[in-house]
Write a protein that binds this ligand. Structure first.
Ligand code: 13P
Ligand code: SF4
Length: 295
């Protein structure tokens, strides 16, 4: 066991997909973009990040002077490795006037090759500011297609990655949910396939989905994203009803972040997140550029 961490020294950040009890214990709950912004703005020396590894890595890269802990260091987003450095180098060699845009759900190693990083909350805005005509968007082909549809002036090349949980959303399960709740509006995460996104009243990030539900006059919503989001939807929208499009819309990695794992960090059982310095320096440029262009 290492040294205990005083609660007052730490900012506890949690993603909407973390278990309800973990969200309830956090100082701030948000989407990937808002969590990165909060990490940067914090004056606490320690960040305890209740998210998957790419989130903790990004916080460490953006805040090298802070000590960052992941309560579940083995909670790893499978999409983070669904692109390769070789593919990026090949694209850079063969396509001119190219910007490499790397979704934040990626390893630090991939971010080090990025011209800019994006999250689902800011991808359209950030890419719209790039001067390059050609965009290589990795790893998420679904988010990439969503962004491309809104920026017809650019030419997109896509990676082959996806979130296995969102990508598994089918039109037939959405149609079944609409049959059970005909008055409901569909909220879809941008990682869902196009056939699902096209039926949605709102497509975007988790925070965007929550904000849409909050300001909408509708009373019922179908939710096509990880079930943890239902906790904040219920908290922020009393009186409205939310139905997941699938009973087991769960990210097993996010569910590794238990209250006991969080307690273990404060008891001194955590290992600080480390990122290779050369990779961190290059990835920091791409992350900082995102924060600038997303303003
Ligand atoms: P958000 O940035 O929308 O919270 O998404 C993160 C994520 O992992 C989606 O699967
Ligand atoms: Fe990764 Fe999908 Fe889990 Fe999000 S929901 S962390 S994209 S596996």
């Amino acid at each position: 066991m290492g040294q205990k961490i005083a609660r007052g020294d730490a900012l506890v950040l949690a993603h909407y997909y973390a278990p309800d009890a973990v969200q309830a214990a956090a100082d701030f709950v948000g989407d990937s973009f808002a969590l990165a912004q909060k990490a940067v703005a914090s004056d606490k020396p320690v960040i305890v990040f209740c998210g998957v590894t790419f989130m903790g890595e990004s916080a460490k890269i953006l805040c090298p002077e802070k000590t960052v802990y992941l309560p579940a260091p083995d909670a790893h987003c499978p999409m983070a490795d669904m692109a390769s450095e070789e593919e990026i180098l090949h694209m850079r060699r063969t396509v001119s006037d190219l910007a490499v845009v790397v979704y934040v759900n990626s390893s630090a190693r991939l971010k080090a090759h990025a011209d800019v990083v994006v999250t689902s909350a800011n991808a359209v805005r950030v890419v719209s500011h790039l001067k390059e005509k050609n965009i290589y968007f990795i790893p998420d082909r679904n988010l990439g297609a969503f962004v491309a549809a809104q920026l017809p002036e650019k030419k997109f090349y896509f990676g082959h990655g996806c979130c296995p949980i969102h990508d598994a959303t089918t039109v037939s399960e959405v149609e079944a949910a609409f049959s059970a709740h005909p008055e409901a509006l569909l909220l879809a995460h941008a990682e869902c396939p196009e056939a699902v996104r096209s039926r949605a009243a709102f497509v975007g990030s988790t925070a965007g989905m929550i904000a849409f539900a909050e300001r909408s006059d509708a009373r019922e919503f179908l939710v096509a994203t990880e079930a943890g989001t239902l906790y904040e939807l219920g908290r922020r929208c009393p009186g409205k009803r939310f139905f997941p499009t699938r009973a087991d819309f769960l990210c097993a990695d996010m569910k590794k972040i238990t209250p006991a794992a969080l307690e273990n960090v404060f008891a001194g059982g955590g290992t600080p997140v480390e990122v290779d310095e050369e990779i961190a320096q290059r990835a920091r440029r791409a992350l900082m550029r995102m924060l600038e262009l997303a303003k």
